[in-house]
Design a protein around this ligand. Structure first.
Ligand code: UD1
Ligand code: CA
Length: 463
């Protein structure tokens, strides 16, 4: 490809059939908004300053979703058709030569290789336009591709305007085009809204260019599903399924074992290292990064987290917005709620909840604990049933536990609180004051035994 590519993504429609208050391109599939998938593909073909998004419905929200990519925007205040969408960008676009590639924001499955082939077809054939088509068993709803006796593309006819003979044509227009930019703008003004919908159809360009003596080429997809556009939530679910299948396939081919893969949900933005094993029904979501040689147990959910190598996440564990360092063991049945850091080789066992807590290297909280707003030193041992009372009903307070400290079972740690390195708290204690390093703190009533009390009571009962 010698001349540069400019991409225009049409994303102004509301998508009435979604029955949604949200613009269609903001719905999510495969772990990303539809528009994000299309932008990612577009940016593989053109730099951000040559990628334009046509926005209309909920323009502000769509802009926001695309803002991080630093692409440009075209406003289409009123949606008067796919041709009109491009005409709205005439001022920005008409001066840019090269290839003009038109994509849809609701069509997230197209692969960059397919689009490159489309651009190359237009360039190598010296064509005014190359369009993407597919043979469909049921092309209902799609524009049909009309070819002349020599097989050259003559026109695209929309379903509503097609004659019965044209309706029988199985070659459908996928709505994705690459135009020679200068020719496009030379003729774009000829599109007229002479159809019952009074819309400016981009599809008219095929006939306009062919009639002017320019060639219109087509690239036929092997599988029409690659151009599957989303109109309803059923198609959204289908696209989601396809995207997730692709993600799992890529990961497996890169050396990740996924057990019972159809049950596993992995978002497109996730990365997983070699020889890691993902158990059935696991969900790995958002921007999660998992290192090599990890194990994610069945039914665990990991969201926006960083898991270093050699970590074991037991079954039924939830990890959200947290960091787990190498060789740590978390779960089964643990919950890392948010902003936690579990140090190297540390253990978090069943029914332990961590919130904004840092657990030092080799520290252990094996069973039944709530540790919130806490910093816990290396190799400390947190007994079963330990609770940080971090909230006084108004404010949250921190707890600091030193290196190698031993927190007895069922300790109630009333924050703000400091427990020094190597200190002990007796089981069942309510700890409200600083515990110096290497001290033992008792915070419970002293035990008293009454000899023979139980026997006497039983004997009284018999009388
Ligand atoms: C279009 C094609 C049809 C093709 C089909 C493939 C036309 C006239 N028809 O029909 O030949 O088979 O795609 O899916 O082009 N949009 C705007 N502004 C508008 C209108 C639409 O931005 O004024 C956007 C929509 O948000 C959507 C895309 O363009 O992302 C396609 O529009 P849509 O109305 O769905 O076109 P189709 O009727 O599917
Ligand atoms: Ca459509």
């Amino acid at each position: 490809m010698e001349s540069p590519v400019t991409v225009v993504i049409l994303a102004a429609g509301l998508g009435t059939r979604m029955k949604s208050r949200r613009a269609k391109v903001l719905h999510r599939a495969g772990g990303k908004a539809l528009i994000e998938h299309v932008l990612e593909t577009a940016l593989k073909l053109a730099p951000p300053e040559r990628v334009f998004v046509v926005v209309g419905h909920q323009a502000e929200n769509v802009r926001e979703a695309a803002a991080a990519c630093r692409v440009r925007f075209i406003e289409q205040a009123e949606q008067k058709g796919t041709g009109h969408a491009l005409l709205c960008g005439r001022d920005e676009l008409a001066g840019i030569g090269g290839h003009l590639l038109v994509l849809y924001g609701d069509c997230p499955l197209l692969r960059p290789e397919t689009l490159t082939a489309l651009v190359e077809k237009q360039a190598s054939g010296n064509a005014a336009c190359a369009l993407l088509t597919a043979m469909m068993d049921d092309p209902t709803g799609y524009g049909r591709v009309i070819r002349d006796a020599q097989g050259r593309v003559e026109a695209i006819v929309e379903q509503k305007a097609a004659t019965p003979a044209q309706l029988a044509i199985r070659e459908a227009n996928m709505g994705i085009y690459c135009f020679e930019a200068e020719l496009f703008w030379k003729y774009a003004g000829s599109i007229e809204p002479n159809n019952p919908a009074k819309e400016y159809y981009l599809t008219d360009m095929a006939e306009i260019l062919a009639r002017a003596g320019h060639s219109v080429e087509a690239v036929m997809l092997g599988d029409a599903r690659e151009a599957l556009g989303i109109n309803t939530r059923l198609e959204l679910a289908e696209v989601d399924r396809i995207l997730r299948t692709r993600t799992r396939r890529d990961l497996m081919l890169a050396g990740v074992t996924i057990e019972n893969p159809d049950t596993v949900t992995i978002d497109a933005g996730v990365s997983i290292g070699q020889d890691s094993v993902i158990g059935p029904f696991a969900q790995i979501l958002g921007k999660t990064v998992i290192g090599e040689n990890c194990r994610v147990g069945a039914c665990s959910i990991i969201v926006d987290s960083e898991i270093a190598e050699g970590v074991e996440i037991g079954p039924f564990t939830m990890v959200s917005r947290s960091v787990v360092e190498r060789d740590a063991v978390v779960g089964p049945f643990a919950r890392l709620r948010m902003e936690n850091r579990v140090g190297e080789g540390a253990h978090v066992g069943n029914f332990v909840e961590l919130k904004k807590t840092a657990l030092g290297a080799g520290a252990k909280a094996h069973h039944l604990a709530y540790l919130g707003d806490a910093s816990i030193g290396a190799k400390a041992n947190i007994g079963a049933g330990t609770i940080t009372c971090n909230y006084d009903g108004v404010h949250k307070h921190p707890t600091s536990i030193g290196k190698g400290a031993f927190i007895g079972s069922n300790s109630t740690l009333v924050a703000p609180l400091e427990i020094g390195d190597g200190a002990y708290t007796a089981a069942g204690s309510v700890i409200t004051q600083t515990v110096p390093a290497d001290a033992l703190a008792f915070g419970r009533a002293r035990q008293a035994n009454r000899e023979g009390w139980a026997r006497k009571r039983r004997e009284q009962g018999k009388k």
